[in-house]
Design a protein around this ligand. Structure first.
Ligand code: AMP
Length: 503
């Protein structure tokens, strides 16, 4: 008899094996925060929530939306809903009220859980049950309950979460991920990272972003403590790494840069950077330039790991970890780490004739919620998902060259905006850079850079263009540069190039 692979397996193991181990350290000083909980206590809260949802008449299959920065309650809600066949809809808490309302409505969520700080801004967002997680309105929902509650057997192909993609280009679409897809992702990603009982995990990655990339499940299976970070601040991250003995964290490339800056400031004050030789940090969601990786590893003494994936693939497809035994110097390591790396076990990849990366795996989603038209557009024959990313696949390792739509075609030559951005990042005055194609009479398109300078730096357009010409083939160099105080990014760190193009 085939036994289904479900999220309950992770909760079962945590309860049986890790009951008395530390499960979560919640953000202190937040109304309704849960403090420090063992796995036994965390799962008791999940039991309590499951029982309360029963009482509220929220059936298996119903959608429960949550709009919140990282919190212990997010972990409770994830375990409570998924282990009882309900479907969690984690919503990006930085979205405007109209977008949140669109998602809650599109998913037809019966319950929406709202962080107290967002209550005012999201006044217009409602559902049958709208519950503010302030410690009072949600007291019954997050109270510990008895273990004995009935647990329906959930089929492995049942939806577990609906994650709305962050939309660098279009309206959000709901990616339906099943129990089996979560299972395979958490286990293979955790394996790649060498996740073990000795680890302590820091939640710098938003939990709403593809369910924290599966880390909340992987940590439960291995009895790893989850240290919650509500707001990403470099100095605070370093303080938690020190205070809680953190060994592992994930984040977008902007978080990598933030940590490097805080480490530089700390070292400048004469203090040691905590976690050197101990911490590994996974960066993904967008490309991290080699110069940023090199600086990060040098300033922190932490190991950088590169991951690549999509919401539609639950999410991680590839991981790149460079062993110290390879004996590369900092710059060589950083260059190697700009590759997205090798496919995880169970992931097959190929690059089609247009240079687009295709993926086939038990982790690839079944479809967009209520949008079979979009699903059909994303899938190719034989179950291959078109990622929309340009890639090279050599020696079993992937290099993401671009989002397909970000390729700049100038005079018939393809220019990877990532390559030009990587070059600009090597200039000491550049803090951030994005490159887009602008229409050009002669060349069709020409590369245009939008640059954020480091504090106190004054490099001008001519100097930066000259710098690119020293390092890049001529046609790849920006022909114009605009300066801004910051780049428009999605909550998950992707530059919103369509906004730059509009401007
Ligand atoms: P999302 O589903 O919102 O996480 O977006 C997925 C997209 O993010 C991918 O299709 C890529 O375009 C981009 N992405 C994710 N990880 C990386 C990475 N390591 N390097 C470059 N782009 C990435």
């Amino acid at each position: 008899m085939p036994i289904p692979l479900t999220v309950s397996d992770f909760a079962y193991r945590a309860r049986l094996v890790h009951r008395d181990r530390l499960a979560v350290v919640d953000e202190p000083g937040v109304p309704g925060a849960l403090g420090r909980l063992t796995y036994g206590e965390l799962l008791a809260r999940a039991d309590g929530m499951a029982a309360e949802l029963d009482r509220m008449g929220v059936a298996a299959g119903a959608r429960v939306a949550i709009v919140s920065p990282n919190s212990a309650k997010f972990l409770v809600a994830l375990l409570a809903t998924l282990t009882t066949g309900r479907v969690l809809v984690p919503v990006n808490f930085r979205l405007a009220a109209a977008e949140v309302a669109f998602i809650v409505g599109d998913a037809e969520a019966e319950v929406v859980l709202i962080d107290p700080e967002l209550d005012g801004a999201l006044r217009t967002v409602g559902a049958v049950h709208r519950i503010v997680m302030d410690g009072e309105a949600d007291a019954a929902l997050f109270a510990p309950g008895g273990e004995g509650a009935e647990r329906p057997e959930v089929p492995e192909d049942a939806p577990a979460t609906i994650n709305y993609t962050s939309g660098t280009t279009a309206d959000p679409k709901g990616v339906v991920l099943t129990h089996r897809q979560h299972w395979v992702n958490a286990v293979t990603f955790g394996w790649e990272l060498g996740l073990a009982e000795q680890d302590v995990y820091l939640h710098t990655l938003p939990q709403f972003h593809v369910n924290g990339w599966g880390m909340p499940l992987a940590t439960a299976a291995m009895g790893v403590p989850n240290v919650i970070v509500r707001t990403v601040r470099g100095d605070e991250i370093l303080r938690r790494v020190d205070a809680e003995g953190v060994t592992l964290l994930c984040g977008a490339s902007a978080v990598v840069a933030t940590i490097a800056e805080a480490a530089e400031a700390l070292a400048g004050s004469g203090a040691a950077v905590p976690g050197a030789g101990r911490v590994r940090m996974v960066s993904g969601g967008a490309a991290t330039p080699a110069a940023v990786i090199e600086r990060f590893e040098r300033l922190t003494g932490w190991e950088m790991i590169h991951a690549y994936g999509l919401t539609e693939t639950a999410p991680v497809l590839t991981v790149n970890r460079v062993p110290a035994r390879d004996g590369l110097d900092g710059a060589q390591r950083a260059e190697r780490l700009t590759r997205a790396g090798a496919p995880l076990l169970g992931v097959r990849l190929q690059v089609d004739e247009d240079g687009e990366l295709l993926a086939r795996s038990a982790k690839v989603f079944d479809g967009y919620w209520g949008r079979p038209d979009l699903t059909a557009r994303a899938m190719r024959d034989g179950g291959w998902l078109a990622t929309g990313d340009g890639a090279e696949l050599t020696d079993g390792s992937v290099r993401i060259t671009d989002r397909k739509k970000d390729v700049i075609i100038t005079g018939g030559e393809n220019v990877s905006s990532l390559e030009v951005e990587g070059c600009l990042h090597r200039h000491p005055a550049v803090a951030d850079a994005a490159v887009i194609g602008l229409p050009h009479e002669r060349w069709g398109e020409t590369p245009h850079a939008v640059v954020v300078l480091r504090d106190g730096e004054t490099a001008g357009e001519d100097e930066l263009i000259a710098f690119c010409r020293e390092h890049l083939t001529h046609f790849k160099c920006p022909t114009s540069i605009a300066f801004r105080d910051e780049l428009p990014r999605t909550a998950t760190g992707k530059v919103q190039k369509y906004r730059l193009r509009e401007e």
